[in-house]
Design a protein around this ligand. Structure first.
Ligand code: HPA
Length: 275
């Protein structure tokens, strides 16, 4: 843990470095989840910075995350994309897990698009489904806003409408126009790195969850604390359903995500074009 003033200074330093290395000034930031990096192929990349070259940036370690910050054009708009995120289970502090969201705010971003791979618990879901995240349940053992309040945001942020209603409507409209199957639900954020036992999947579903994963929630909480509008899609890569629970592996999650991602890319691209 870094004290809050030092942390805020680091964020400013990182944002200043980024602004002096790219001429782009996007208002839209995107985080690409496990196996969901294909959207990068749709981006006309102008500048790409490996995380290790960016002052104060954490470096991601998991297979399937290449760790670059990209600036370019998507759907006719300037965007910033994070190829690879920082998971709590890797050993990062919450300040590191959510560092990029603080930098987004400092760079003047207004909208945060987030994606992840997750295990489906709703019996109507199929592997490969795209789930619009309508709400979340935070089960991380440490809160990303724990500690002195980060300057600029409320001490007690409201969480009634974390996922922007207008963006959700836009996604539904696009899916309808393009004949893309969408499901909707509540994302449960857990620390991992274990996948769930059958009893845990059952418990999370009974608690009101539709999908479960090991990311997103801390990032989204910080993005909301910073005042960004948030839109999230979960790709259902495996199912934790009573009677059909089968073994899950990281490779399987990546394969399922890769298969489903072209449709997710279409939705993100179209939404960004219409913003
Ligand atoms: N559980 C937790 N995280 C996940 C899962 C899951 O079933 N699938 C992909 N990420």
């Amino acid at each position: 843990m870094t004290d809050i003033q030092t942390y805020a200074n680091q964020i400013k330093e990182t944002a200043t470095w980024i602004q002096s290395h790219t001429q782009l000034r996007p208002k839209i930031a995107i985080t690409l989840g496990t196996g969901l990096g294909k959207l990068v192929e749709d981006i006309d990349i102008v500048d790409a910075f490996p995380y290790k070259d960016i002052p104060n940036f954490p470096v991601s370690t998991v297979e399937g995350h290449s760790g670059r910050l990209l600036f370019g054009h998507l759907g006719g708009r300037e965007v910033m994309a994070l190829e690879g995120r920082f998971h709590y289970y890797e050993g990062y502090h919450m300040q590191q897990v959510t560092f990029a969201q603080r930098v987004m705010k400092e760079l003047g971003m207004e909208v945060f698009f987030v994606s992840n791979a997750s295990g489906g618990m709703n019996p109507d879901f199929l592997i490969g489904d795209l789930m619009l995240i309508t709400d979340h349940i935070n089960l991380f053992p440490e809160h990303p806003l724990h500690g002195p309040n980060f300057p600029g945001g409320p001490r007690f942020p409201d969480m009634h409408e974390v996922y922007d209603k207008d963006l959700l409507k836009m996604a539904r409209d696009i899916a309808r126009e393009k004949g893309i199957r969408l499901v909707e639900g509540v994302y449960v954020g857990t620390q991992g790195p274990t996948f769930e036992t059958p009893s845990e999947y059952r418990m999370f579903h009974r608690l009101g969850g539709d999908a479960v994963g090991m990311s997103t929630v801390p990032e989204v909480i910080v993005a909301r604390h910073a005042g960004l509008r948030v839109f999230g899609i979960s790709v259902i890569t495996d199912l934790g359903l009573e009677g059909v629970t089968v073994e899950v592996s990281h490779e399987e999650v990546q394969r399922a995500a890769e298969k489903a991602q072209p449709l997710m890319c279409t939705i993100f691209r179209e939404m960004i074009a219409r913003l």
